[in-house]
Design a protein around this ligand. Structure first.
Ligand SMILES: Cc1ncc(COP(=O)(O)O)c(C=O)c1O
Length: 437
């Protein structure tokens, strides 16, 4: 590490830290510069849904790069942008797509579309509700919606929107749910809305918890109840599907598990699947028509939003997802993964829960009085040394690791992943409870 001014220090999560150099990747496999092979058991940060180095996408990158990589969306459209918007509408049932560069930007855009929607229909609503334990992104608006350790960085600059109790049930080690009082949760939502006297514009939620808690699934009736309450109060329901969308949970959108149709949906991660930074906000016709029949203008946007290279990549990623039937593969493969995780949970006392939907799964661990997150970090490191990458939660509330391999993982690769994870958890158990000699 060089520290002199101008010496070009690379800043990573921990200043001065160094990580293995990645050399190449294919399918679920990563290879570092020393030739070590890892199973990408969490698709990076739950991103690489179609696996690494998919030949179709590599070809699409080259083909588009040979034509045009950038024009500004204020001056030109591209066929790739039209195609991707049409494909997304067909796959999700939403009327319109707004392309941005990251999940945080997609959430910020959803915030701004909601504010604009109410201005267009002549109402002044500026307040949002979201959940106490949630992650919606690293920009100020998204952090204001988030109940996550990262929010502290924004301090007083962030609004305190994240006030609803998290609706996630804890589960037993065998995967069965403990009951939650859905009526009480929904009564709490109503109370918050009443307290804001007509000021609530939107309610944000993660259909399945991501980086904050790790793959917690809401109880039956909760999301349906949120939809009903939003309808009764004219509020927009806004799903953050940045992690859960694009087939990750075994449906194209995770809300499809409950038949709930939010007004706005933020997509990210799996849309570019690691091949390019791209994200999108989906609008239903209620919101789109209000804008189209109102001012007809969207005052906003980011320089790289909808650039031809990124939308061409997203078009191909979506093509692969559909042509290879990877949403169904996520549902089927997710059950194999879940069964293996339950077996690991039953073998190790340090595991307190296993849960999730489709290919978005997690193990949660007992923490014997160490810093919160320390056990999950031990599991991550033990797995890493055994050639497996898992994704510890970072909300500051629990010790869990997300297991979310590419949806293309084969059954034998899943068994290899589980074998490595089992040994990693054993390694942590041995470190926490050294044998008495
Ligand atoms: C649910 C959710 N929303 C938003 C984001 C932010 O996305 P990005 O990191 O691409 O800005 C994330 C990232 O982890 C996420 O999991």
């Amino acid at each position: 590490m060089k520290t002199k001014d101008g010496a070009g220090q690379l800043i990573q999560n921990k200043v001065g830290s160094s990580l293995p150099l990645i050399e190449n990747a294919h399918g679920v496999w990563l290879v570092d510069s020393l030739g070590n092979e890892y199973i990408d058991g969490c698709s990076g940060a739950v991103v690489v849904n179609i696996g690494h180095s998919h030949p179709r996408v590599l070809r699409a990158i080259k083909d588009q790069a040979d034509k045009v990589t950038f024009v500004h969306r204020g001056a030109f459209a591209s066929q790739a942008m039209y195609d991707t918007a049409a494909k997304l509408s067909e796959a999700t049932g939403y009327a319109g797509s707004w392309f941005v560069g990251s999940g945080s930007e997609a959430v910020e855009a959803a915030l701004q579309f909601a504010l604009q929607y109410f201005r267009e229909i002549g109402e002044e609503r500026t307040w949002f509700l979201s959940h106490a334990r949630s992650y919606h992104g690293n920009t100020l608006g998204a952090l204001s919606l988030s109940g996550h350790a990262r929010r502290a960085v924004a301090g007083q600059l962030a609004y305190n929107f994240h006030t609803l109790p998290s609706p996630y049930e804890s589960q037993t080690k065998s995967g069965s749910s403990r009951q939650m009082d859905v009526d009480a949760l929904l009564a709490g939502v109503e109370a918050q809305i009443t307290a804001r006297t007509g000021d609530v514009a939107g309610i944000f939620f993660e259909p399945v918890s991501g980086a904050t808690l790790g793959a917690n699934v809401p109880p039956a009736g909760y999301l349906e109840g949120l939809r009903r309450i939003c309808d009764e109060h004219g509020i927009l329901l806004i799903a953050d599907e940045v992690m859960t969308g694009m087939g990750r949970t075994g449906k194209m959108l995770a809300v499809d598990h409950w038949g709930v149709r939010p007004d706005l949906v933020a997509l990210g991660k799996g849309l570019g699947a690691g091949y390019t930074p791209i994200a999108a906000t989906l609008l239903n016709s209620r919101v789109l028509d209000a804008i189209a029949h109102g001012s007809g203008r969207i005052v906003g946007g980011h320089t790289y939003g909808g650039n031809p290279l990124s939308v061409a990549v997203a078009r191909e990623v979506l093509g692969v997802l559909l042509d290879e039937d990877l949403v169904a593969a996520s549902a089927v493969g997710g059950e194999i993964l879940a069964a293996g995780l339950r077996k690991i949970a039953s073998r190790h006392a340090v595991v307190s829960e296993t849960r999730g939907l489709g290919m978005l799964r997690a193990l949660e661990f007992h923490n014997p009085g160490l810093r919160v997150g320390a056990v999950a970090e031990m599991v991550r490191l033990e797995a890493f040394t055994r050639g497996l990458v898992v994704y510890p939660t970072t909300g500051g509330f629990n010790d869990a690791c997300i297991i979310a391999p590419p949806l293309t993982i084969t059954e034998s690769e899943t068994l290899e992943l589980l074998e490595r994870l089992d040994r990693a958890v054993q390694g942590v158990e041995d470190a926490l409870n050294p044998p008495v000699l």
